[in-house]
Design a protein around this ligand. Structure first.
Ligand code: BV8
Ligand code: ZN
Length: 257
């Protein structure tokens, strides 16, 4: 399925005339960087698990080593790829619009690496590790300096979860697991950006994970024009003002010079 020239023209015009744009991204925008989406079948050792079963506090408490290793492997994969043309187009768009907000469900840090300056991370970041009580937090980065405290090196090299030097509990990835609530500040900023924009782009998300999945409808209810970009149909497609069947790395650069 290819996007029609008419669709791309329409989206180009909407972007050119918008005074405030909010973009919601999901795993689909990182697919063309080589990061499998949540819906993609897992491969290798991880093929026997469903992500939803591993990305929970219960799974971590039941088998901390297994879940820690899953995130360490995904972190290495993310640090080993580069942002794609879709990420870079969104970074360009940020500088072009009076008011722009980028809300992501992704935990891979690729928007920031593509140059996006303000990214609202609804589900945290796989590049960060913290203890359950947030006494400490370490950030892995493509360069050593980004890891912060001296013990951070050892934390990211560990293949079983280290203990917090203060409270003694396990360290864990600083992501939002299923059943955990989203960071208050992130969800508040995302809802404000959704209700204030006149153009809302929903890119590369299956629109099934809540509360993020309510944002496209919230934008529509607040009177924004809502455009969806996804090679597949989603539960939201029928309600979009325009639903473009295309991939992020082809459609976004085509409509954002
Ligand atoms: C909460 C971090 C409660 C971890 C993630 C029943 C009904 C409604 C809700 C629920 C329910 N049962 C349980 C819930 C709540 C649950 C939920 O929504 N479950 C779903 C499965 C039904 N939600 C939660 O638990 C949330 N917390 O509700 O808290 C609470 C409330 C109050 C107080 C205390 C507690 C927490 C949700 C966050 C979970 N964490 N990630 C990690 O990454 O390991 S979510 C995770 O899945 C990803 O971050 C991602 O956001 C999500 C998958 O969604 P997508 O991003 O859309 O990716 P997906 O693979 O699904 O789809 C990819 C899309 O891209 C596809 O559409 C595909 O067509 C498209 N695509 C593919 N290639 C491309 C492309 N698009 C463009 N270009 C391409 N090239
Ligand atoms: Zn602690």
């Amino acid at each position: 399925m290819k996007p029609t020239p008419h669709d791309l023209d329409q989206l180009r015009r909407l972007i050119a005339s918008a005074r405030s744009i909010t973009v919601l991204t999901g795993a689909g925008v990182s697919a063309e960087s080589g990061i499998p989406t949540f819906r993609d079948a897992q491969t290798g050792y991880w093929a026997r698990f469903r992500p939803e079963d591993l990305a929970t506090p219960e799974a971590f408490r039941r088998d901390p080593d297994l879940v820690w290793r899953w995130y360490a492997e995904r972190r290495r994969a993310v640090l080993g790829v580069t942002p794609n043309a879709g990420h870079r187009a969104l970074a360009r768009l940020e500088g072009r619009v009076e008011r722009f907000s980028l809300v992501t469900q992704n935990v891979d840090g690729l928007h920031a690496r593509a140059g996006s300056r303000t990214v609202i991370e609804l589900h945290g970041s796989i590049l960060r590790v913290r203890c359950f009580k947030s006494c400490v937090s370490y950030t892995a980065g493509t360069d050593k300096a980004a890891t912060g405290a001296p013990e951070a090196e050892a934390v990211f090299a560990a293949d079983t979860p280290p203990r917090c030097p203060h409270c003694g509990d396990f360290l864990r990835p600083d992501v939002v697991w299923f059943g955990e609530s989203l960071p208050e500040d992130a969800i508040e900023a995302a809802v404000a950006a959704t209700e204030q924009c006149d153009l809302f782009l929903s890119v590369g998300t299956s629109t099934v994970v809540y509360p993020a999945a309510m944002l496209p409808d919230a934008a529509r209810d607040a009177g924004a024009t809502v455009v969806e970009i996804n090679p597949q149909e989603t539960p939201f497609s029928a309600r979009a003002s325009l639903s473009i069947r295309g991939t992020a790395a082809t459609v976004l650069p085509a409509v954002i010079e």
